[in-house]
Write a protein that binds this ligand. Structure first.
Ligand code: FES
Length: 110
């Protein structure tokens, strides 16, 4: 199982094992990280916003149009921002580093 490294909004590092096929929002929540995931993974809320480490960003499958549209509305947007629910864990992701943003916006309730 790949190890995914989450850096929480306070800067603490959490190394967790992830099952192939799970998405990063689910993985983070299963390990107690504060990822709301209000829409349960259908790219409709942006509360699973994660900032991917620069070195890893280009190695992930790119965001589709729906994900990009939702990210445009997220707070604390970065060049390497992604929706955690749209990143599926695959072989080769061992050591992937993602950071939780300091603030999130739930587009379902704005
Ligand atoms: S959980 Fe809502 S966009 Fe990812």
């Amino acid at each position: 199982m790949p190890t995914i490294v989450f850096i929480d909004s306070g800067g603490a590092r959490h190394e967790v094992e992830a099952k192939i096929g799970e998405n990063l929002m689910t993985v983070g929540r299963e390990h107690g990280l504060d990822i709301e995931g209000a829409c349960e993974g259908v790219a409709a809320c942006s509360t699973c916003h994660l900032i991917v480490d620069e070195d890893w960003f280009a190695r992930l499958a790119p965001a589709d149009e729906d994900e990009q549209d939702m990210l445009d509305l997220a707070m604390s947007l970065s060049r390497t921002s992604r929706l955690g629910c749209q990143i599926e864990v695959r072989d080769g992701m061992d050591g992937l580093v993602v950071r939780l943003p300091r603030e999130i916006r739930n587009m379902m309730f704005d």
